[in-house]
Design a protein around this ligand. Structure first.
Ligand code: AMP
Ligand code: MN
Ligand code: MN
Ligand code: MN
Length: 285
């Protein structure tokens, strides 16, 4: 290729982690794709929590707006009694094993939402169940819906406060949940032709030795990637995630974890560049 020609592959702007109304995002898949385009994203994966319901609409919208669409999901898993989010990228969203697997999580989410609402009611916060079901518009209900409701009703003054006081682990409205078995979830993703990626690895508040055990297990179970750059990563966090990627020979992913335009700290495509000296996850697609 003559040097004056632009190599579009080299200038691809990836965002491989975001949410739509199919889970706890506030935009429809179409609105999300249009916003991604406006923000300069050229390759987008929609990764809703435990559902593929937004995939078809997003794929059509991406086709209409010349965006390279990568089907994805963010699966809630449990390993050694701890919750880990595993992003599946470049999956076949129709794959039977995957669809069967996430069905259980969808039932679990419904039951858990009722239990959280019941606990909130006991803390004098009524009406949460009806409100979150309405807000989710048929999508997966997550704790983000509860924190939004509590903020809107002035029970808390920030969403973070809702987690700190009620929804976080060990707090009064926390419902311990056994999500998908980690190894099984990795298997669903692999069976569906995808790449399993550890989501936001620095957010689990684990000691270094726990993290080492977790990553060894993840790798041995068939996991292939780890998020190195997320929407709020600073240089030090990128450096730390890079060390994990290299130590465990995992490909590096990049994704904003965008949920809503209301959060001015996280935007589609607003991401630090992936360091050059690492295998990017899209080389595995
Ligand atoms: P769940 O999967 O139902 O436990 O809910 C987790 C979701 O809640 C995450 O995907 C975020 O969207 C949101 N979330 C988690 N922690 C916080 C926090 N501290 N502040 C605001 N939102 C949060
Ligand atoms: Mn979320
Ligand atoms: Mn997550
Ligand atoms: Mn996410």
């Amino acid at each position: 290729m003559p040097s004056f020609m632009v190599n579009t592959k080299m200038t691809e702007q990836y965002d491989l982690h975001c949410h739509s109304l199919a889970s706890d995002g506030s935009l429809t898949p179409t609105e999300l794709v249009i916003r991604a385009k406006e923000m300069g994203v050229t390759a987008l994966a929609l990764t809703d929590h435990d559902t593929i319901n937004g995939q078809q609409e997003a794929r059509v919208a991406a086709g209409n707006h010349a965006i390279n669409f990568i089907p994805g999901i963010e699966i809630s898993t449990t390993w050694e009694n701890k919750c880990f989010h595993i992003v599946g990228l470049n999956i076949d969203p129709e794959h039977k094993g995957l669809c069967q697997g996430i069905k259980g999580l969808q039932t679990l989410r419904k039951e858990r939402a009722k239990k959280i609402a019941f606990k909130l009611e006991k803390k004098s916060i009524p009406g949460a169940y009806e409100a979150v079901i309405k807000a989710a518009k048929g999508g997966m209900v997550t704790r983000a819906h509860f924190s939004s409701y509590m903020l809107a009703q002035n029970y808390v003054s920030t969403q973070q406060e809702a987690f700190d006081r009620y929804l976080g682990q060990g707090k009064s409205a926390f419902v311990a949940t056994v999500w998908a078995d980690l190894a099984e979830a990795i298997d669903w993703i692999n069976q569906a032709g995808g790449v399993a990626v550890v989501a936001h690895p620095l957010r689990y508040k684990m000691t270094a030795s726990w993290m080492r055990r977790f990553l060894s297990f993840f790798k041995a179970a068939g996991g292939q990637g780890i998020e190195v750059v997320t929407g709020r990563s600073n240089a030090d966090e990128i450096r730390r995630a890079m060390i994990y990627a290299k130590q465990y020979d995992l490909a590096a992913s990049i994704g904003s974890d965008f949920h809503t335009p209301d959060n001015k700290w996280v935007e589609l495509g607003r991401l630090a560049p992936l360091p050059a000296n690492i295998t990017p996850v899209w080389e595995l697609f």
